[in-house]
Design a protein around this ligand. Structure first.
Ligand code: UTP
Length: 406
């Protein structure tokens, strides 16, 4: 957006940012100049996507699951198919490291969090140990893309270099930074970071493909011969990325997308449910569920599996979706520190929205998807909180049960 100050003020008025206009008028000339520049970067159309009615209608049915028992029974064949694709450099990993980990309250990338009790063992280290194992089985250091944010890019690069990429070939590791979106209070007022700037946050893990394309990495991916991206969250410390059995099953079943899934532990577990909607693969997010269940015509009987943010996407299909309609934007309620015109406030309860796209929404764009069941105790230990559910405590316990000395 480029416009002069008068146009900008008019735009702000149209976008119902009168409170900000008031603050702006009270600023010094140099602050006003800096803030004007900042305001010109606000992507209002992106934020407005969050209020759009997405017109989604529901005709939900269960989807066939590729069960863990079946994967066990066919393990050898599937492993061979997977390893040969990995050996041929057809699969690249994408580690989603752009999150801010607000619930954990750790002031660095979660990858730098030390899970150890008697020795240091970092979350990045756990990821790279598995990647290294597969690279050695496949006799190929396949590409690993690391999506960072402007807040943690430098520290992640530094940390991995310091630890020599935990033994992985550094020439096969590519970094890129995700895009940002401005944050607001619950009434849609943009929040100030300082008299000269606004609060911004990463635009959600769904931004991984656009940011990768914006960073110019798609031509590189094609040059390297990649056909698949295996996109995973960083905060699952039992994450198996580029798992040959999963890769093999998705290829053998001729799907254009694969999703690792687990059986729901309890009916109210906060996990996105995989199903079919209008005969196509879909994920119903837990925040959609309440609204959905209030509609008596919708039943989720037989829909018992949830996604764990480990997806295989065919690159050609991803490129096609980029030109199709953009991903929906969600408003995520968060505790967002801000400058109130006098002091910097650190709220103790949620006070506003961050605007985010979700990787999970991509499944709805895919013509086919293989829901691939994995065993929770072997592959799902998310670190979201310090204590309690999905916490450092629970993940440590699961790592120990999986035989890892901490
Ligand atoms: P979460 O959605 O749980 O967010 O991320 P978070 O930032 O880790 O934690 P909270 O919600 O602030 O407490 C799931 C995965 O998606 C990545 C995270 O790094 C994590 O691997 N992520 C999240 C991004 O890469 N970018 C984002 O904008 C958000």
């Amino acid at each position: 957006m480029t416009c002069n100050q008068t146009e900008l003020f008019e735009l702000l008025h149209t976008k119902k940012q009168d409170r900000l206009l008031e603050t702006l008028r009270g600023l010094s000339a140099s602050e006003q100049e800096a803030m004007t520049k900042e305001l010109q970067s606000v992507n209002f159309p992106f934020m407005e996507r969050a209020s759009e009615k997405n017109g989604k209608t529901y005709d939900i049915a269960p989807i066939d699951i590729f069960t863990a028992d079946r994967a066990d029974a066919e393990c050898e064949t599937l492993t061979q198919i997977g390893l040969s694709a990995i050996h041929a450099n057809k699969v690249g990993a994408v580690l989603l490291c752009g999150g801010q980990g607000t619930r954990l309250g750790f002031p660095h990338s979660k990858g730098m969090f030390d899970m150890g009790l008697t020795r240091p063992i970092y979350i990045f280290e756990l990821h790279f140990a598995y990647l290294l194992k597969i690279a050695s089985m496949a006799k190929n250091f396949f590409p690993v893309f690391i999506m960072t944010s402007i807040y943690n890019d430098a520290e992640i690069r530094e940390f991995l270099a310091l630890h020599d990429y935990f033994g992985y070939d550094k020439n096969a590791v590519y970094f890129y930074t995700q895009n940002m979106a401005h944050a607001t209070d619950f009434d849609g007022n943009l929040l100030l970071e300082s008299p000269e700037s606004l609060v911004k946050a990463p635009d959600g893990n769904g931004g991984w493909f656009t940011a990768l394309a914006d960073a110019g990495l798609l031509p590189l991916a094609h040059r390297l011969g990649l056909e698949w991206f295996n996109v995973v969250s960083l905060d699952n410390v039992l994450q198996r990325t580029v798992d040959p059995v999963f890769v093999g099953a998705t290829i053998r079943e001729q799907k254009i997308c694969g999703a690792k899934v687990i059986r729901k532990a309890t009916p109210d577990e906060r996990i996105g449910l995989i199903c079919q909607n209008h005969g196509k693969p879909a994920v119903i997010e837990y925040f959609e569920l309440d609204k959905l269940l209030a509609n008596e015509n919708i039943s989720i009987e037989g829909i018992d599996y949830g996604v764990i943010l480990n997806y295989l996407f065919h690159i050609n299909e991803m490129e096609r979706t980029l030109t199709e309609k953009p991903l929906p934007v969600h408003k995520a309620k968060k505790k967002i520190p801000y400058w109130d015109g006098e002091t910097y406030v650190k709220p103790t309860t949620e006070n506003g929205y961050k605007y985010e796209m979700l990787a999970t929404d991509l499944v709805d764009y895919m013509a086919s998807c293989l829901p691939f069941e994995v065993r929770r105790e072997a592959e799902f230990a998310p670190v979201k909180n310090k204590t309690g559910v999905d916490s450092v405590e629970s993940a440590r316990e699961m790592l120990q049960k999986a035989g890892i000395t901490l």
